[in-house]
Write a protein that binds this ligand. Sequence first.
Ligand code: PLP
Length: 431
Amino acid sequence: TDILSEYVSKTQKSKIIFEEAIKYLPLGVSSNYRFFDPYPIYLVKGNGGRVWDVDGNEYIDFILGFGALEVGHANPKIINEVTKALQDSSILGFEYYKTVELAKIISKRYNVDMVRFSSTGTEATMHAIRIARAYTKRKKIIKFEGHYHGSHDQLLININPMVQKDRVPSSLGIPEETLSNTLVAEWNNLESVEKLVKSQSNDICCVIMEPVAMNMGLIPPEKDFLKGIFDLSKEYNFLVIFDEVKTGGKMYSGALGYYNVKPDIILMAKSIAGGFPLSVIAGKREIMELIGPNKVAHGGTFNANPISVIASYVTLTQILTENAFYYMETLSDRLERGYRDIADDLDVDLKVTRWGPSGMIYFSKEVPRNYKELLKTDIPRWFTYFYSMLNSGILPMAGFNEQWTVSVMHTKEEIQKHIEKAYDAVKKAKE
Ligand code: PLP
């Protein structure tokens, strides 16, 4: 309560905006995930690794637009190129001539044959399911507990340990019929996938996953788990879809490059476009060539608009270079070691996972291996830590099921400050 009253006293202008906002915007926000109790902060601007709220509070930002901004806020290279591009229109209605250059870069870097662009991760996963169904002529999808693939019905299905059912919609308004086509397996449990595949082998069109789960903390696949799924896909003829909306921009060639595997379809968004809306649906030629008139529908007014194309081009060619990944990895590794030292020093049950520029902490004796284990970690403690961090000017991560992300514009000093403030916040959480 002390922590919350400090939060309220520091964010009085946000509070006033919130009170106005809830009259016009449900929850006072434009995405449910931006809301937290008692009201969220409202931001004005960002620069590099920092953002400022309406009260003038400065925060070092490790949320980075839910992992969409590894280029950092107001990156000068992005500003420069996008400002130039704006002079030549932001939407042309026909195909922008430079789109092919971006498609080529993505094709080489991620080792995919063909690419289509949409604007959001949600659109990418939605189309991927349609393509997989068209290709296999089957309709059932397997997804994993705790994985998030955007806000459309087919994939907004998860488990709820409080409810005695194997799966439930994550939203009102999703019809029962939709549930029958989306099956839910347990992450890092190959048997759970095998069981579903075997029982409905003629119906499964695809397994879709976040290859490193980043909507339930940060939980990488265990050894041989991915291989097991690829083996099953060959035996039972379903497609493997990697939702790399987060991971795609977190290693130079995404998770598929890191684990050296070849999924049938990959989806990317967020960081690969330097903070602009652009998503990628990519995959093997014979699958992607199903897209077309009288075949698989794919469209979108803002698809591959010149601004997003230029922003992504600059991001991939000039900003998220191999050196940049090395830099982000070094900073993120420092954070990881910082948290491990804090856990030792304070003798608190705190575990850390990390993958490239991102990492996560859990108030737990064990590192969670799946969603149910994440839910068993000490989430109230995490909230105490979170609000203490906000009060001390750090946005550490967007939720107990999210993770930190380091940008190319963060500095060593900012990492050091994060660690110092985290020491106090973990100490408070321990009390
Ligand atoms: N897939 C993953 C793995 C995500 O993390 C997200 C967003 O958080 C999405 C898909 C949906 O992307 P968008 O919010 O751009 O629709």
